[in-house]
Design a protein around this ligand. Structure first.
Ligand code: AMP
Ligand code: MG
Length: 344
C-alpha cells in the first residue's frame, strides 16, 4: 500500500486534504492525523472492519481498547449510557482537551473491537484544529489510538508516523509537531470517586479543583493477578531499541554513570536538562530548563526516537519531579525503562 502524506496548515489550501481524509474514512480505511497530544490513527468507530485495520497496522493486541474521538459533545449520548454529574463537569472544564473519560458504553452501537469486549468506553474531544475539522466534516465518532507501531514511543510528528506505518496505511495528515507530546489523561468515571488510569496533561490537582476527590494510580492497591483496569497498562510501551535506564538528575550520579559506561567501551545517550550537558555523553538530548516540565513532555518521544537513529548502547534518562505533568512523564518513563534504574 502506498502511503500519502498531505500537509494541512494555514499556508496551503486544505480543502482537498480534508476531503480525501473523509473519503478514506467513509470507505472504511484508516488515516493518521494530529491531535494536541500525539498523532492518532483513526477509523470510524462503528465500522468493525475499519477498526480491525487499526489493530493490524499497529500490531496492537486486540484486548487493548481504543479511545473514541468526537468533534463536539452533542452525539456522545448516542454511544454512552449516561454522563454523571462529575463526568459532565469535567467535560465542561477540560474539553476540548487532553482528558479521556471512561463511561458505560451503550450496547451494540460501537464496533465490538473498539471496546475490546469491555462494557465501558473512553471518549474525548481533542483540542487541535486539524482533528476538530476532520471530525466535524465527518460527523461520526472516530476510534483512534496513537499512530505508532505497538510498543514504540508515540509519534509527535508526521515523520514519526511515516517511520512506523509507511506502507501500512493510505494517508497521513501532517499538521506539524503536536503541542503536548504525551497522551491524554484517562479517568474512569464509572466508579466514584473517579480513578486516574493514565496520568497526562490534565493533572490530578486540576481534576480535584473541578470534582473533589480523585484517586491516583499510586494510591491504588494493585493486585498483580487481577485484570488491569485500563488494559493498556499491562503492555510494554514507549520503548526505544537500546536499553533504557532511569537516573536521578544528580551531577555526581550522572558523571559516574557515563564514566562507567565508557570504561566498558559502550556508548551512551543522555536525556536530561541542559545543566547536565557537560558530562560527555556520546549523544545529549536536552529537556531544556529543569523547571520546565512541559518542554520535557513535548520533546520526550522525539528524543527517544532520535536515539533509535544512533548506534547508542545505553540510554540514560533523568526523572522529573512528580508534580503536575511530571507524573505523566514519570509514568511513561517507567514503562519505557521497564522499571529499570541505573546502578553503576
Ligand atoms: P493509546 O490511544 O494507544 O495511547 O491507548 C489508549 C489507552 O486508553 C490504553 O491504555 C487503553 O487501555 C485505555 N482505554 C481505552 N478504553 C478504555 C476502557 N474502556 N477502559 C479502560 N481503559 C481504556
Ligand atoms: Mg499508544
Amino acid at each position: 500500500m502506498k502511503t500519502t502524506t498531505l500537509i494541512v496548515d494555514n499556508n496551503v489550501n486544505t480543502t482537498q486534504a480534508y476531503a480525501q481524509a473523509v473519503e478514506k474514512l467513509l470507505m472504511g480505511e484508516v488515516i493518521a492525523f494530529p491531535t494536541e497530544t500525539v498523532y492518532g490513527l483513526g477509523a470510524i468507530a462503528t465500522n468493525e472492519q475499519a477498526v480491525a485495520k487499526i489493530f493490524e497496522a499497529k500490531g496492537r493486541p486486540s484486548d487493548n481498547p481504543l479511545i473514541i474521538h468526537f468533534g463536539d459533545a452533542h452525539h456522545i449520548l448516542e454511544y454512552v449510557r449516561e454522563i454523571s454529574d462529575k463526568a459532565y463537569k469535567c467535560m465542561n472544564a477540560f474539553w476540548p482537551g487532553p482528558l479521556t473519560l471512561i463511561l458505560h458504553a451503550k450496547p451494540n452501537v460501537l464496533a465490538p473491537n473498539v471496546t475490546a469486549g469491555l462494557h465501558t468506553v473512553g471518549v474525548r474531544i481533542p483540542d487541535h484544529p486539524v482533528a476538530l475539522e476532520l471530525l466535524t466534516m465527518l460527523g461520526q465518532p472516530v476510534a483512534a489510538p496513537s499512530a505508532n507501531r505497538s510498543g514504540k514511543p508515540s509519534p509527535t510528528t508526521a515523520l514519526h508516523v511515516e517511520k512506523d506505518l509507511n506502507g501500512r496505511i493510505p494517508l497521513i495528515l501532517d499538521g506539524g509537531p503536536t503541542g503536548i507530546g504525551l497522551e491524554s489523561t484517562v479517568v474512569d468515571f464509572t466508579i466514584d470517586p473517579p480513578v486516574i488510569l493514565r496520568p497526562g496533561g490534565v493533572t490530578a490537582s486540576m481534576l480535584r479543583q473541578v470534582v473533589g476527590e480523585v484517586i491516583e494510580p499510586d494510591t491504588l492497591i494493585v493486585d498483580s493477578a487481577s485484570v488491569p483496569r485500563s488494559p493498556g497498562m499491562k503492555y510494554a510501551h514507549y520503548a526505544p531499541d537500546a536499553s533504557l535506564y532511569l537516573i536521578q538528575p544528580d551531577h555526581m550520579a550522572i558523571e559516574n554513570a557515563i564514566k562507567s559506561i565508557h570504561t566498558k567501551q559502550q556508548t551512551v545517550s543522555l536525556l536530561a536538562p541542559d545543566e547536565f550537558m557537560q558530562y560527555h555523553a556520546d549523544w545529549f538530548y536536552s529537556f531544556g530548563n529543569q523547571e520546565n516540565l512541559e518542554a520535557s513532555a513535548h520533546d520526550l518521544y522525539a528524543h527517544l526516537r532520535a536515539c533509535d537513529d544512533t548506534p547508542t548502547d545505553i540510554i540514560l534518562v533523568t526523572v522529573p519531579v512528580k508534580v503536575g505533568v511530571g507524573a505523566a512523564i514519570l509514568n511513561r518513563l517507567e514503562k519505557a525503562a521497564d522499571g529499570n534504574w541505573w546502578h553503576s
